[in-house]
Design a protein around this ligand. Sequence first.
Ligand SMILES: Cc1ncc(COP(=O)(O)O)c(C=O)c1O
Length: 348
Amino acid sequence: MIDLRSDTCSQPTPEMRHAMANAPVGDDVYGGDPTVKELESEVAALLGTEDAVYVPSGTMSNQIAVRTHTVPGDSALFDQNAHVYLIESGGVAVHSGVLPRLLPGIRGVFTSDDVRAMFGVSHRFYPTTVNAPLKLLCVENTHNLGGGKIWGVDQMKAVTDVARERGLATHLDGARLWNAAAATGIPEKTFAQYFDSISVCFSKGLGAPVGSALCGKREFITRARRFKQQFGGGFRQAGIIAAGALHAIRHHRARLVEDHANAKHLAKGISKVHGIELDVATVETNIVRFKLTSMPSVEFVDRVYEKGLHVLPSGQDGVRALTYLGISREQVDGAVQIIKAVLSEVPR
Ligand SMILES: Cc1ncc(COP(=O)(O)O)c(C=O)c1O
């Protein structure tokens, strides 16, 4: 089976397993796991922040960030297709009691005018008590539902400048910030500098089995650690998995460009196939999203599965496929052949 469902399907390499098996560990809830500490300080250095906290998942990291930046009854700005808003099980409503306000991003990228427009106007005739106070702006880079779209640094600065002028905190969901950095050659910390908090994942293209980190100023991370515990994220000898994450950031960041080349190769291989709508130029990192014009996505996904290709439907006519550590060029070629075979069976 060629499994292109998600870059979270990556497997730890033998070297990563070796590092994990030999990691020194302690009780992380007591602050006593040396490998977790090493990971946290190395990630903070990469992101250019004072501190970082290792957590079990990207979802928990984002949820802790929203909880730490807000109090129940506040509102926060998200792109209309943001992962933290749409694909985290309603967490911001439950854990933070936050009202999401949605920005009209295109492939996840919105403008400073979009942010400005959310504030309306203030006037002495208008009561200040009726709106939920806006406290947070979230940005996602690369953007998952936007097909791995990379935010430009200037645009990130522009939207976060507006937020800061209006007194909002800023959070970056950088689950795949590593991909943005690898694709552009711009260091992670250059993207990160505009945010009060940044979440990064080790368990996606980097190939570690578990975990994410929330990064920011020391005082923010100290408060975030309390919510990590409250959300049930206090883990004990977590050094075993942190060692996988450490290995991933040391050895697997540079190779992400191979995944991007494979994603482009996949896109080029299928973009001209009858029944597919895909602009190859939109494939900037490791996510390929395309539309089907001759069959519903759920049927397509079943039919390619029967031939040995595992992908996910995304809406009525959309499909997503991701490349990652462990997916070879040969497998991508195999995926192209299977897609062509299935769509050639459709009468024109
Ligand atoms: C942009 C983005 N943020 C957050 C997450 C959540 O990560 P996790 O699956 O580790 O909870 C994902 C997962 O795919 C994601 O794509």
